[in-house]
Design a protein around this ligand. Structure first.
Ligand SMILES: Cc1ncc(COP(=O)(O)O)c(C=O)c1O
Length: 281
């Protein structure tokens, strides 16, 4: 497998990052995950735009993001699978450990690779997934997609131990998002998700889903909801790069029912956009 590392393509066995890399020492790095549907790097421009915002927010030196596209196309040439996941990580570079930013001229570390992923199964789509709620104990800048994901890792592991697929974060009594996805419900026939604030990651799949919902003339609201409102929702689903749109059917042990009509319509619209044939039975 080839990896793109600071402008070069190297075999993964030769891809080495020094111990003084700030991504390793401080989590001083941003990342993106972009899904590959066949040959299509889905929503590339939106992902790069979010990466640019993150780099600016963290006051990174300029990085040539346009060069990444060419490199991604080169990596894609190795592809021998249906769906893949492209990972980009940019750290503030390598310098002996010190909290202060490294001196001007320190080059960011840029790394990128593609790995195959299993498409979400028909069974999972037909049955939906179980989720649990957990306190949102993350920092106040989760809108920046940094690699500092420890609270997300712990939350997801907790969900897994309880036989659930995802953990839904709750802050100040309302649902923010999941450990690696955004969360939607349908209640009173209205599609609802939390508005963009510093407490959620502005998911690209969330954005695409909202656009599709608008095109379908679905009633919708950007308004937070409580766990109680989620327990009594008609429908719920997660959105994320690797999962697309994934129905949620059980929340903290309360069964909402089979994936409903709004979720199914959005799924079909999403697959049309990603040129995937329908996986609903
Ligand atoms: C915390 C969090 N929220 C939401 C998302 C969904 O974002 P996207 O649709 O851009 O993958 C992710 C993706 O990994 C995430 O980590």
């Amino acid at each position: 497998m080839r990896v793109y590392l600071n402008g070069e393509f190297v075999d993964i066995s030769q891809a080495r990052i020094p111990i003084d890399d700030r991504g390793f020492l401080f989590g001083d790095a941003v990342y993106e995950v972009i899904h590959l549907y066949g040959d299509l790097l889905f929503a590339w421009d939106l992902h790069i735009e979010r990466l640019r915002f993150g780099l600016q927010a963290l006051e990174f030196p300029p990085v040539d993001l346009d060069a990444l596209r060419q490199a991604a196309d080169e990596l894609k040439r190795d592809r021998n699978f249906e769906e893949g996941s492209l990972y980009i990580q940019i750290s503030r570079g390598v310098h002996p450990r010190s909290h202060l930013f490294p001196p001007e001229g320190t080059a960011p570390t840029v790394v990128m690779w593609i790995r195959p992923v299993e498409p979400v199964s028909r069974e999972l789509l037909a049955e939906g997934v179980r989720v649990i709620t957990v306190p949102d104990d993350r920092w106040a800048k989760v809108w920046i997609k940094t690699v500092g994901l420890l609270p997300n890792v712990l939350a997801k592991q907790k969900a897994h131990r309880q036989g659930a697929y995802e953990a839904i974060f709750v802050r100040d009594g309302v649902v923010t998002e999941a450990s690696s996805a955004n969360v939607f419900i349908v209640r009173g026939g209205v599609l609802r998700t939390a508005p963009e604030t510093n407490y959620i990651l502005p998911g690209i799949t969330r954005e695409v889903t909202l656009r599709l919902a608008r095109a379908l003339n679905l009633p919708m609201e950007l308004r937070p909801f409580t766990p109680d409102e989620m327990y009594t929702a008609e429908e719920a689903f997660l959105t994320g790069t690797n999962i697309g749109i994934l129905p949620v059917t059980t929340v903290d042990g309360r069964y909402l029912g089979k994936p409903g009509p709004v979720t199914r319509r959005l799924l079909e619209a999403f697959w049309a956009e990603t040129k995937v044939s329908s996986r609903l039975g």
